[in-house]
Design a protein around this ligand. Structure first.
Ligand code: GTP
Length: 602
């Protein structure tokens, strides 16, 4: 198809505002899928995504749309992940488009991620089509939300399209607006090939499959291609389009079009999102701008509960990485937990997904340590090292300075909750930067906050203190030197390396006290007393004791009911699975997560 009749666009939205539903609705309307297939949610291919109701990986789909005048158009819809952990992927997906449909929930209005993604879309020079969704809901207030969009985003309220993605009401207006308002691609069809890789996945037969948007030139089938970042040459096994599933084609992929190239490569790391694909025989002079690797921000130790499963865990991580290039890991040994891996994640949400997939798809039983951030440590000999585990921190007399990552966070909230949010942020070493009124009722608060504090249940606390009304967005700022110390925990007089954390000196006593109390609750009673202590260096700063076991667990089931007894025993067995023996004491998974739950009931 001629470039002037191609439109490439994406949908941006805050989580749950209806991006997937609208995408599916457009697919039904263009006859790309049937109503029945719509219910099976085409764009979210991964099981976990459907269960969690969130989009993790960007993907793409092609539709044909015939305008009322009879002109046919090729529309490529590129899906973007909505969560802040995946910002880099969002920004690459946006580069593949000329327009963005901005979906805002008619009940909830504009939220932090709506704006965060919108700013990225504006940076990428996309034409924005504002849409208010869920107008079928009785509590919907599309006019007020359109006003809000005008005020915050500067798009005229009368251009905002009110729709119901669920019922299909007025969604044809969205297709028409895409055709009318989104500019066609403007690449040079004669120039040497330049195609942007905006996503990829691993297929055991076809190797790494790169999702590409052709910017200039064309990609003929059966020609050798080059990945420009590393100069890797590949002989594609297959090329095709998303119609909506992967469909091979014999034609070239031309300037402006979106499709895939099955590279046959076995390592996703070689095919990086953001890289440029060109022809091996006639490479472009320069790659497309703006490539950068995604950088892990949060780290945790992951250990098999049964030491024998270590090899299986390694295999599982190797396989998982094939589909997730942002996953990093290296072997780690813990005195307490044995052999495992230090795994790097883009954020907490990413960590949760990875752990769940490892357990579910590879039937592994795992213990994860509390997440940590990466610290930069300046040593007394002038050397600077980066550590991503508290256990790696050198002895204090070798340490000149410890620097930790700081974030800028933005909170959107009804103004009633400013007080509780201020309290929360201050208790987490946050620094207030500014407050702007969005309208009479809502404000945007900007703070700076250490990442280490953000990953410790900050989001949950924010939600509970604002009854779920506040939304959050964050980005990395810089590394700052702080008064940080390592807090060690001893169980039954033995230090447990996997429980160590790095904390601010001013909060060390408070944390030590809270942590020992929490551990006392979660460590099961033994036949003997178990002291739990927190220390800084050799100094004990807090202590609790788990009293010795007295009663038989079955004693409270006054004989009689056998099923109940069995149930109780089964339950105990279940609970056992996620325990590690440390010397003579069993430590459950909850102990490692205790540090995340210190503020429960705050
Ligand atoms: P993420 O994938 O988490 O980013 O969410 P999303 O933005 O894709 O939202 P999704 O399409 O999954 O919709 C979220 C919820 O809103 C689902 O329960 C949908 O059924 C519902 N929903 C979407 N559009 C409409 C609508 O027009 N009307 C009503 N009543 N509900 C809708």
């Amino acid at each position: 198809m001629d470039q002037s009749h191609i439109r490439n666009f994406c949908i941006i939205a805050h989580i749950d505002h209806g991006k997937s539903t609208l995408a599916d609705r457009l697919l039904v309307q263009t006859g790309t899928i049937t109503e029945r297939e719509m219910r099976e949610q085409v764009l979210d291919d991964m099981d976990l995504e459907r269960e969690k109701g969130v989009t993790i990986k960007a993907s793409a789909v092609r539709m044909f749309y015939t305008a009322p005048g009879g002109q046919a158009y090729e529309l490529n819809l590129i899906d973007t992940p909505g969560h802040v952990d995946f910002t880099y992927e969002v920004s690459r997906a946006l580069q593949a488009c000329e327009g963005a449909v901005l979906v805002v929930d008619a009940v909830q209005g504009v939220q932090a991620q709506t704006l965060a993604n919108l700013y990225m879309a504006i940076d990428a020079d996309l034409e924005i089509i504002p849409v208010v969704n869920k107008i079928d809901l009785p509590s919907a207030d599309p006019d007020a939300v359109a006003e809000e969009i005008e005020k915050l985003v500067g798009l005229p309220a009368e251009e905002v399209i009110p729709v119901s993605a669920k019922t299909g009401l007025n969604t044809d207006a969205v297709l028409e607006a895409v055709v009318q308002r989104v500019p066609p691609p403007k690449g040079d069809p004669e120039a040497p090939l330049r195609a942007l890789i905006f996503d990829s996945h691993y297929d055991s037969y076809k190797g790494v499959v790169a999702y590409v948007r052709v910017i200039d030139g064309e990609a003929p089938p059966n020609r050798r291609l080059m990945l420009m970042a590393e100069g890797i040459v590949v002989e594609p096994l297959e090329m095709g389009v998303f119609a909506p599933r992967m469909t091979p084609i014999d034609e070239p992929l031309r300037a402006g079009e979106v499709g895939y190239v099955a590279t046959g490569l076995k390592d996703v790391k070689q095919v990086r999102v953001g890289d440029t694909l060109s022809l091996a025989s006639r490479p472009a002079k320069r790659p497309l701008p703006g490539y950068q690797p995604a950088k892990p921000m949060v780290f945790a130790g992951i250990y098999p509960v049964e030491s024998d499963d270590f090899m299986d865990l390694r295999d599982a991580l190797d396989k998982l990485r094939l589909n997730d290039a942002s996953l990093t890991y290296q072997p780690e040994t813990s005195v307490a937990l044995g052999f495992g891996f230090r795994v790097g994640f883009l954020g907490l949400f990413h960590m949760e997904i990875v752990q769940e997939r490892l357990e579910r798809e590879y039937s592994l039983n795992l213990i994860a340590t509390a997440p940590s951030v990466a610290y930069r440590v300046l040593l007394t000999n002038g050397e600077e090292i980066e550590i991503d585990s508290p256990a790696e921190l050198p002895e204090p007399n070798f340490v000149e300075e410890i620097r930790e990552p700081w974030m800028e966070i933005q909170v959107w909230t009804p103004s009633d909750y400013i007080g509780p949010i201020m309290d929360l942020v201050t208790s987490r070493r946050g620094v207030f930067r500014k407050m702007e009124y969005l309208d009479e009722k809502r404000v945007q608060l900007t703070y700076e906050l250490p990442l280490a504090e953000l990953i410790v249940d900050f989001y949950d606390q924010l939600k509970s203190r604002t009854r779920g009304y506040a939304s959050l967005d964050y980005r990395f700022l810089d590394y700052r030197a702080e008064e940080l110390v390592k807090l060690d925990l001893l169980v039954n007089e033995e230090p447990v390396d996997a429980l160590s954390i790095i904390v601010h000196r001013n909060f060390a006593y408070q944390k030590g006290d809270a942590l020992t109390r929490k551990l006392k609750q979660v460590i099961p009673r033994q036949m003997f007393k178990v002291p739990i202590q927190a220390s800084i260096g050799n100094r004990i700063i807090a202590r609790q004791t788990v009293p010795a076991l007295r009663k038989d667990v079955l004693a409270k089931c006054y004989g009689g009911d056998v099923t109940r007894k069995r149930k109780l025993l089964e339950k105990q067995k279940e609970g056992k699975k996620r325990m590690k023996m440390l010397g003579s004491v069993e430590i459950p998974q909850e102990a490692f997560m205790a540090v995340l739950k210190l503020n429960e009931g705050e």
